[in-house]
Design a binder for this molecule. Structure first.
Ligand code: ASP
Length: 375
């Protein structure tokens, strides 16, 4: 049930820290006609857009703003936001775990001084970043909203303005204490989100979890789906095990291909067929997986389907459970991979505790009754 959140904050100005990492949202064509991020032009472009800067308000009430600080007023909420542009700006396809950690640390550094955080990001790997941040933050009590655009803010016709504005309003004026993705008038849980289209403006969806808010003519929060604030002290975990990967099952896979692929990993997300199935009539293939599990590899089973969960209803799926493959339930591959990376790097946990944590719902990323608290 959608209803307007009664707890809308009505106090003076809200301070938002905006991290601009790159992506189509700020790209222009280079000499070869290929889209690339352009450094040091983004903030002046934002300043030229009336919805994103109210110069009168700025000069009247905030005469001492820095170059990278802007002011706007929307839906009864006054927002002062500071834009931190990364150097280099990246197409998100080039982003690595180093950038995830940098974003997490920058939020940690600015956590006390701001009411909310917006991350402007390329859309290609946005769902990985929103997922990993949800697992790296503990005790998060403020909104962290990741957004991007399918068309650049430098284009006359672009979704960038709506996406930036929506992310600013939601992070400044509402109590949403979790990592989210805002795109095309919808707010999603960050670790439930996946990119579903390269051409539609509505490029994201969270197929296994209802939206957290929609911002059509009115802003409506879906309160029952928003996480309750975590009351433990805010802490950022910066340890990741990057020896993790994703393998999509395919009918021409052979045991030797699988064996070769598995070698470098400490953890692997498999994307099996349908409700979690792999060929049960190929014992050599299953044996390769079992040998890897016996060596200590954590293998998480997720589905190749966009929607739904893995379950042991078919023999072809049950066989995985029997050899110790961990059910990823309805986790997206992005959430499963990044959670695995965080869980494998968590200090002082036994192998069994890591398995329990992977099965458990730790940040709203999966629908399961297992619970495991990380302290
Ligand atoms: N390749 C771009 C990126 O991920 C696509 C986008 O931002 O829409 O940075």
């Amino acid at each position: 049930m959608h209803k307007t959140r009664k707890t809308k904050i009505q106090t003076s100005s809200k301070k938002i820290f905006v991290i601009y990492t790159g992506g189509t949202i700020g790209m222009k064509p280079n000499d070869d006609g290929a889209q690339v991020p352009v450094p040091k032009e983004f903030i002046s472009r934002l300043k030229s857009i009336p919805q994103l800067l109210d110069p009168e308000l700025a000069s009247k009430h905030f005469p001492n703003l820095d170059e990278n600080e802007l002011v706007l007023s929307a839906t009864g909420c006054l927002i002062v936001y500071k834009v931190c542009e990364y150097d280099p700006l990246l197409d998100s396809s080039s982003m690595t775990p180093n950038e995830w950690i940098k974003i997490a640390k920058d939020i940690e550094e600015n956590y006390e001084n701001f009411d909310g955080f917006v991350i402007l990001h390329g859309t290609d790997t946005l769902a990985y970043t929103s997922s990993v941040l949800s697992f790296l933050f503990e005790g998060l009590q403020k909104p962290v909203i990741v957004t991007g655009a399918q068309l650049s803010v430098f284009e006359t016709r672009s979704d960038a303005v709506d996406n930036i504005l929506g992310a600013l309003i939601l992070s400044g004026c509402y109590e949403i204490p979790e990592v989210c993705v805002f795109f095309a008038n919808k707010l999603f849980r960050g670790n439930r989100t996946t990119k579903i289209s390269v051409k539609k403006l509505a490029g994201f969806d969270s197929p296994n979890y209802d939206i957290l808010a929609d911002t059509q003519t009115t802003i409506k929060l879906n309160n029952n789906y928003i996480r309750k604030p975590d009351t433990s002290p805010f802490r950022v975990n910066t340890n990741l095990n990057t020896n993790v990967g994703i393998l999509t099952f395919f009918p021409t896979m052979t045991p030797s291909m699988l064996e070769l692929f598995l070698q470098p990993f400490d953890g692997l997300v498999i994307r099996s067929y349908g409700s979690g199935n792999v060929p049960s009539d190929q014992p050599e293939l299953i044996q390769v997986l079992k040998n890897a599990i016996d060596r200590g590899l954590l293998i998480i089973n997720t589905t190749q389907c966009l929607e739904g969960a893995v379950s042991g209803i078919y023999q072809t799926g049950k066989i995985l459970e029997d050899i110790g493959v961990i059910s990823g339930y309805d986790m997206t591959p992005e959430a499963a991979l990044t959670k695995l990376s965080v869980v494998l790097a968590y200090p002082h946990l036994s192998h069994q505790e890591r398995i329990q944590m992977m099965k458990s719902n730790i940040r709203g990323e999966l629908t399961s009754n297992h619970s495991y608290s990380v302290t």
